[in-house]
Every structure is written in structure tokens, then in C-alpha cells.
Design a protein around this ligand. Structure first.
Ligand code: PLP
Length: 377
């Protein structure tokens, strides 16, 4: 039986008050007062010009693909080591994902391999700040500028992480966030699109509101609303925004607790890792991470599986992470082969994530640390 889960969603206590208040208002659908408050909190804290809540990070990525007008036969650069959502967003537009390998240190897209994969069909680069540690954005943005293509930051992991002092999500033309229950800030399922290029503002609102100009209508800018473009329903209920507002307002409490947990793992497992040939996360000096996850890179697939079983035997759930997208059934359909992203293939087999959640008690974390230290590779 699992005693210490991999994740346990955290609530600050304020969520229920805001949900009660939301129920008392005449508006439960999207873009009510709580949604506006979340937009304001994100825009002010990140110093960005526009945030739009969405029903998931996946949907925010789909909106990014629509805004960049990704079309059939276009190519989009994406790391193989990520969740399927980014690649799926442009596969939905019948565009082709071009998978790039990751760096062995941060597990972020290897910026030195991007330019050689750019062709005249390349429309965008989608990057992921893995574990909330920033990609080498100066280099990536310079490549994108040289080729006149857009950069989208999939920042599902990295809200409030920084790269060279600037917030992740404020660097690309567009960026996305996830508020799924496993993330630092959550409303169960949810996300946001961050818009750093104001030319997308109006169309983003239309795409998110079923292809209509309803947002303008609600602001009193037009006297009726109608179908003006393609779109879908990407806006969450104000009830979810009420939950999320409580979380975003507790940024300092949430982030400082997560930092303590992360640092305790790093400190307490350092000598075990050294003795057993295990690699712990690397955070380059130019990055301030978001304290989203704690992982270990084990010496082999066998030792990774053995540690998962050892922990499960003690009632502790540790998990692996992304399977290489280029070798997934969908990735293979785009003509990818084993050996195309060797660092991804190697590290994906060996990576293990330890239980990590805001409400984790010191005693729970000590049990995990003791259990890991008792394992020999
Ligand atoms: C990098 C990345 N992008 C996107 C997603 C999808 O997020 P959501 O569940 O909010 O759609 C995930 C899921 O964890 C993720 O890890």
C-alpha cells in the first residue's frame, strides 16, 4: 500500500472562501471577476502585458499553434523529451514536429542542435523549461530572430523560475502555463497563455471564445457578438479561477516550502548519489529554478526500476517521466528512428522522480530520504 504518494494537491485554505463567493455571484462561466483577478496577478507578478487563463496547458499550446498560423507541411522544432501536448498542438494543424535532442545537464532542448534542423518550412521553436530550469534562451532567441520564426515557451513546470533575472514565460513571443494538480500552483486542471507580443491579443481572445468577438462585447466595445474567425472554447469556469486565485496569492508560502523540500533532498542525498553513481539535478548559475520537481538520474534502466520497486515496497511512490516522443507510435509516423536523439533515449530510461508536493511533511520527506539511502546500486 502506498503511504507516501508521488503528489498530493495542496490547498491554502482560502480556495473554499473564494469558491463560495463565486457561487454567490451571478457569473460562473468563464471570464468572470476571479478570472480577471488571476489575469492581473499573473501579469503583474511576471511583468507581462497579457495573460489568458485556459482550460489546460495543452489548450494554451493549441492556441499558440493557431496564433502562429502553423499550417499543413510546416515544421516545428520541439524537444523529444517532453509531454506530447506541444507536438500534438501542431500535429493537429497537420504540421510536422522536428524532434531535437536535449542537453545532458539540464535536460532542456540542446540549443546547439537547433539551427541545423531549421529549414525553409520551419515556422516555430517550442521549448520546455524542464523542471522549471530555464533553457539557454539568449541563444535560442537569437536563432529565432535570425530565421524570422517565433519561440513558444512551454512553461508548464516553471512559473516563477527565472533565466538571467527574467521570468520564464516572459521571453518568447508566447508562453504557456499548467495548473494541473501536479504543478506548484493548481486548480485541478487549468492553464494559461502568456502573450508577449501585443499583436496577438485580439485574435487570442477570439480563438478562446469559440471564434467570436464575445470578449469585446462583454467589455462594451461592440453592441453584439458574432462568429469572426476559427476558435474553440478554451476558457475555464470562474469557479476554477476562484480556486486558482487563492493559490497565486500564496506564491511566497508555496514557493518557500517547495524550496525547503528541494534543498533538503539535494543536501541529504548528495553523498548517497556520489557513492552510487547517481546524478542529481543541475541548475546553471544563470537560472533560478521554480522548485517543481526533484529527480535522480540512475546509472542504468535496471537500477532505476529496482529503486522504484524498492520504494514501492516501503509504501513510497516514485515515478519515471517522459518517454521519448520521437520513438512513440506517433513520433515514428513522422519518420523518426532509434538513435535520433541519443541523450533523450539514454536519460529517459534512467530518470526517476521522487515524491514532491507542497504539503509534504518533514517526516514524510525523511522517510523517503532514508528509504533512498538504504538502496545500493
Ligand atoms: C512540459 C509539459 N507541457 C504540457 C503539459 C500538459 O499540461 P496540461 O495537463 O495542463 O494540459 C505537461 C503536463 O504535465 C507538461 O509536462
Amino acid at each position: 500500500m502506498i503511504r507516501i504518494p508521488f503528489n498530493r494537491p495542496f490547498a491554502t485554505g482560502k480556495e473554499i472562501d473564494y469558491i463560495r463567493a463565486a457561487i454567490a455571484t451571478p457569473k460562473l462561466s468563464g471570464d468572470g471577476p476571479y478570472t480577471a483577478q488571476c489575469h492581473g496577478l499573473l501579469e503583474q507578478s511576471l511583468g507581462i502585458q497579457k495573460a489568458l487563463l485556459t482550460t489546460s496547458c495543452t489548450h494554451a499550446l493549441e492556441m499558440a499553434a493557431l496564433l502562429l498560423e502553423i499550417e499543413p507541411e510546416d515544421e516545428v522544432i520541439v524537444p523529444s523529451f517532453t509531454f506530447p501536448s506541444a507536438a500534438n498542438a501542431f500535429a493537429l494543424r497537420r504540421a510536422k514536429p522536428v524532434f531535437v535532442d536535449i542537453r545532458a545537464d539540464t535536460l532542456n532542448i540542446d540549443e546547439s542542435q537547433i539551427e541545423q534542423r531549421i529549414t525553409e518550412r520551419t515556422k516555430a521553436i517550442f521549448v520546455v523549461h524542464y523542471a522549471g530550469v530555464g533553457c539557454e534562451m539568449d541563444t535560442i532567441l537569437a536563432i529565432a530572430r535570425r530565421h524570422g520564426i517565433g519561440v513558444v515557451e512551454d512553461n508548464a513546470h516553471g512559473l516563477y523560475g527565472r533565466y538571467r533575472g527574467r521570468y520564464l514565460g516572459a521571453l518568447g513571443r508566447l508562453a504557456t502555463l499548467s495548473f494541473h494538480e501536479t504543478k506548484n500552483f493548481t486548480c485541478g486542471e487549468g492553464g494559461a497563455l502568456l502573450i508577449n507580443d501585443a499583436q496577438f491579443n485580439e485574435r487570442a481572445e477570439i480563438l478562446r471564445e469559440k471564434g467570436t468577438d464575445r470578449s469585446r462585447f462583454f467589455r462594451g466595445e461592440v453592441d453584439k457578438y458574432t462568429w469572426v474567425d476559427i476558435g474553440s472554447s478554451y476558457l475555464p469556469s470562474d469557479l476554477l479561477a476562484a480556486f486558482l486565485r487563492a493559490q497565486l496569492e500564496h506564491r511566497d508560502q508555496i514557493q518557500s516550502r517547495r524550496r525547503q523540500i528541494w534543498e533538503a533532498y539535494a543536501r541529504e542525498l548528495a553523498s548517497w548519489a556520489k557513492t552510487n553513481g547517481v546524478r542529481l539535478p543541475i541548475v546553471p548559475p544563470e537560472c533560478e529554478q521554480s522548485y517543481h520537481m526533484f529527480y535522480a538520474i540512475m546509472p542504468s534502466l535496471e537500477s532505476r526500476q529496482a529503486l522504484i520497486s524498492h520504494l514501492a515496497g516501503l509504501g513510497i511512490l516514485a515515478v519515471f517521466h517522459y518517454l521519448p516522443l520521437h520513438l512513440s507510435p506517433m513520433g515514428l509516423r513522422f519518420g523518426e528512428r532509434q538513435g535520433d536523439c541519443i541523450v533523450t533515449e539514454n536519460l529517459s530510461d534512467r530518470l526517476l522522480r521522487l515524491p514532491f508536493f507542497t504539503g509534504m511533511s518533514t517526516s514524510e520527506q525523511s522517510q523517503v530520504i532514508d528509504a533512498v539511502r538504504a538502496f545500493r546500486c
